[in-house]
Design a protein. Structure first.
Length: 394
């Protein structure tokens, strides 16, 4: 086994005290890498009207990972904000160097984190990889300046790793010269695990949905589907967002007040317990990449009915659940009824074992380690970034 690598993770999305559920999947990727490698997370957040002139650094150990946080001033002009962000990141890199940490790998999450990650990588003679999560590429939301930024960044990186094969196709059209290889999202199987015994509870079947309360998650279609079901099924919805009030009104209008529970955001430990107690997970999204919640449901031995969007078909096969077209409440209701009728036929232990083998910390860490080591062994042959490092080391 090769020696552990030093990995600097640079996420655009990451949990912050005021946004504790933001970018949790990026933290899970870092935690997977930390099982074998020395990982430092360098997170940054734009801050309007802050008490500092350009940036502020704070840091500590979070979830067992050294984490440096950069809050930077966000003026009106976007390039100026990026300049303040980079100044803070360079100060953080200098601090790490004084402590003896020089990264072998700089790993960015989301294309907007790639430009500073590329600069940090060049200065450190490290390889640079970019994991992409954003649904905006498929939705046509990345255009103009942002599309050019993504294209240049992807082509300069040593590797671009979308979390689904479907997103990989989108990114290859954005940056034809980039090396693109999908690497899926990761699940914490210590937290998300199947129940120790059979799923038994009194009362009607329990449905569960977890996601931001936004239009792209299709909650209104889910509520309409529930109203079509005759069996008194209950639905717990975990998450927060701008549509909370609207969904409350829809629940009342559909007469579902005794069947729907809008629970707000909950820690992942509580979500995991809900998955062990539920009968079916339902994803009604209009847009997705590779939803972590579906992987978490599978790791909990919980089957799912989900919409056929983004990378969802890469997760859901007949052993894991059923797919329907998005925006069709009647089809969603029919699929829920069929799945509940045959839920006793599911081998939920096998479903959980398969999820752990494919998406657990060890599986994703092994995949990344193999990619890192290949890229490090091919310096000067994979991208403009590695060519520059090879030239500078001669």
């Amino acid at each position: 086994m090769s020696a552990p690598l030093r990995i600097l993770v640079v996420p655009k999305w990451y949990p912050w005290p005021e946004r504790p559920f933001f970018g949790l999947f990026c933290r899970e990727h870092a935690r997977a890498l930390a099982h074998r490698h020395e990982v430092v997370v360098l997170a940054s957040l734009a801050t309007p009207s802050p008490p500092f002139r350009a940036y502020e650094l704070t840091g500590g150990v979070e979830d067992g990972i050294r984490t440096i946080r950069v809050r930077y001033r966000r003026p009106f002009l976007r390039p100026a904000a990026m300049g303040f962000q980079l100044l803070g990141m360079l100060a953080a890199l200098r601090r790490l160097r004084r402590e003896g940490f020089r990264p072998d790998v700089v790993h960015a999450h989301v294309y907007q984190a790639a430009p500073p990650a590329l600069i940090l990588g060049r200065l450190s003679r490290a390889i640079v990889v970019v994991t992409e999560h954003y649904t905006g590429f498929a939705r046509g939301l990345v255009s103009g300046y942002d599309r050019a930024l993504a294209r240049i960044s992807f082509q300069q990186a040593d590797l671009v790793a979308p979390v689904s094969r479907e997103l990989a196709g989108q990114l290859r059209s954005v940056a034809p010269g980039a090396r693109v290889e999908p690497v899926p999202n990761v699940v914490d199987t210590d937290t998300f695990r199947p129940p120790s015994g059979a799923r038994r509870h009194a009362g009607p079947p329990r449905l569960l949905n977890v996601g931001t309360l936004s239009e792209k998650k299709g909650h209104e279609h889910l509520l309409e589907a529930l109203a079509m079901l005759p069996g008194g099924e209950t639905l717990a919805i975990v998450g927060e967002g701008e549509l909370h009030g609207h969904l409350e009104r829809r629940v009342d209008a559909l007469g579902l007040g005794e069947r729907v529970y809008l629970l707000g955001p909950r820690p992942k430990e509580e979500v995991a317990e809900m998955m062990r107690e539920a009968d079916l997970f339902v994803l009604s999204s209009l847009h997705e990449n590779l939803p972590v919640v579906l992987i978490e449901a599978q790791a909990s031995g919980l089957p799912a009915v989900a919409t056929r969007v983004g990378g969802v078909p890469e997760l859901i096969d007949p052993e894991a659940g059923e797919l329907v077209e998005p925006g069709d409440p009647a089809a969603l209701a029919e699929a829920i009824a069929r799945s509940l009728a045959r839920r006793g036929e599911l081998d939920w232990q096998a479903l959980a074992s398969r999820a752990a083998e494919r998406y657990g910390y060890e599986a994703i860490e092994r995949r990344w380690t193999a990619l890192y080591e290949e890229l490090l062994s091919r310096k000067g042959t994979t991208s403009a970034a590695t060519n520059a490092r090879e030239d500078s080391s001669r």
